[in-house]
Ligand binder design. Structure first.
Ligand code: ATP
Ligand code: MG
Length: 413
């Protein structure tokens, strides 16, 4: 008979295990704690949406929509897309679920997102994001709150020192129109030197050229005019309020006038938290204000601001989290006490104790395994349980004594 081949793991996906998984969980647990400190709720949304949810909000000319989406017809013939990010789905839910009544709505979410990219270190096809958004708040204080929250998250993960907040403003609609004209004039003058992708961008979204990673585009992008000369007084006031808020909260930032975001609907604040510890994949957290997005999905004009961070990239930066050790291991003295020992272990766990058990071998073998699991104590369950006592061994000293079965919890405190 032919040998059956094991299926492969799909390129760009991950099986997260062991130390890697502990780092991953540590990022998610810390995010969960921090979002509560800021009174952000949590939402959980579908992994796939109607394709137009992303196409209309993220913008047809972005890399994400034009090259990276996992789009497929379902069996009923509808075009669906695996979410490449969270913001569009949250905006869709805001409209379809009537969440306007909760505005300003402060929410977080996290989970898997999908992009068809060239996999490399820190870049996957299925990866994970944590995400925070405020919908229905046009005030710069909302931008500040989200940035301060991001900063606290990085501090609590112990990685704030190696990460820099780069901040920019993309102005209001009037600013952008004027800046766009300035950019077009500049790029037109260098048409012959631009990459093919940037020539397309020049027609559809010239700002995007500033974001190009193509070395042919970089010198031209770097020499392009800054937005500052085009800022309306309103846009300038907004940006000043954001930076004043950051200063008041003690959040360090640097201006990066070249920073634009991948999405079409960004306005005013745009930012990235960047590190040089991850090579080319140095952006760990990014976001900004997207006041036009909800409207692009057919809703009433609604302000929005938010950010997303790659869980894998944050996990690569954090120190290795400690392995959790069991407090005790429950070991039956011989096989005839196995069932009763399992019952006893269940009892301890119901009282909140972390208990190691295993399924085979004599008491000596089991004790060895308890030692490799780093249990601090071993409880031997044997005939004395009938009179209500067990034997407890302290692993560090080897000391062993009999103790009332009901007193174990007290004794271990
Ligand atoms: P990049 O420039 O690295 O492609 P991006 O601008 O496409 O990033 P965003 O859409 O802003 O990224 O997503 C937010 C965050 O998600 C990024 O800052 C990064 O930490 C993470 N991220 C983006 N794409 C990937 C990926 N393919 N694999 C792992 N993490 C990713
Ligand atoms: Mg990308």
């Amino acid at each position: 008979m032919a040998r059956i081949e094991t299926p492969r793991r799909v390129r760009g996906t991950q099986d997260i295990f062991g130390e890697e998984q502990r780092r991953f969980s540590h990022v998610l647990d810390t995010f969960e704690r921090v979002r509560r400190l800021y009174c952000f709720g949590r939402v959980d949304l579908p992994v796939f949406e109607a394709t137009e949810v992303f196409a209309r909000s993220i913008g047809e000319t972005t890399d994400v929509v034009s090259k990276e989406m996992y789009t497929f017809p379902d069996r009923g013939g509808d075009s669906l897309t695996l979410r490449p990010e969270f913001t569009a789905g949250i905006a869709r839910a805001f409209l379809t679920e009537g969440w306007q009544q909760y505005a300003p709505l402060k929410v977080t979410t996290s989970g898997a997102v999908f992009r068809y990219e060239r996999p490399q270190k820190g870049r996957y096809r299925q990866f994970h994001q944590i995400d925070a958004e405020i919908l229905g708040a046009p005030e710069p204080a909302a931008d500040v709150e989200l940035l301060v929250m991001a900063d606290q998250l990085l501090r609590e993960l112990g990685i704030a020192d190696g990460v820099t907040l780069q901040l920019n403003t993309l102005g209001d609609a009037e600013t952008r129109e004027a800046w766009r004209a300035g950019l077009v004039a500049h790029f037109e003058a260098h048409r012959a030197e631009l990459s093919e992708d940037s020539l397309t961008r020049l027609d559809k979204n010239p700002m995007r050229i500033l974001d190009s990673k193509d070395p042919r585009d970089r010198p031209i992008a770097d020499a392009a005019p800054d937005i500052d000369a085009y800022l309306t007084p309103e846009a300038r006031t907004f940006f000043d309020a954001v930076t004043a808020g950051l200063d008041a909260a003690g959040v360090a930032w640097t201006r990066n006038a070249r920073l634009v975001r991948g999405l079409d609907y960004y306005r005013h604040t745009a930012f990235e938290f960047v590190t040089d510890r991850l090579g080319a994949q140095g952006t760990v957290l990014a976001g900004g204000r997207y006041d036009g997005l909800v409207e692009s999905l057919g809703g009433a004009p609604t302000a929005g601001v938010g950010w997303a961070a790659g869980v894998e990239r944050l996990a690569m930066l954090v120190d290795e989290p400690a392995v959790e050790h069991p407090t005790v291991a429950v070991v039956p003295l011989d096989l005839s006490f196995e069932t009763i020992a399992m019952g006893y272990a269940a009892n301890l766990r119901r009282q909140g104790l972390t208990v190691h058990t295993d399924f085979r071998g004599n008491a000596k073998k089991r004790m060895q395994r308890a030692a490799s699991a780093d249990a601090t104590h071993v409880i031997f369950v044997g005939p004395t349980l009938i009179e209500g006592s067990v034997t407890i061994k302290t692993m560090a000293t080897g000391e062993q004594r009999n103790i009332g079965a009901a007193e174990v919890i007290e004794a271990l405190r």
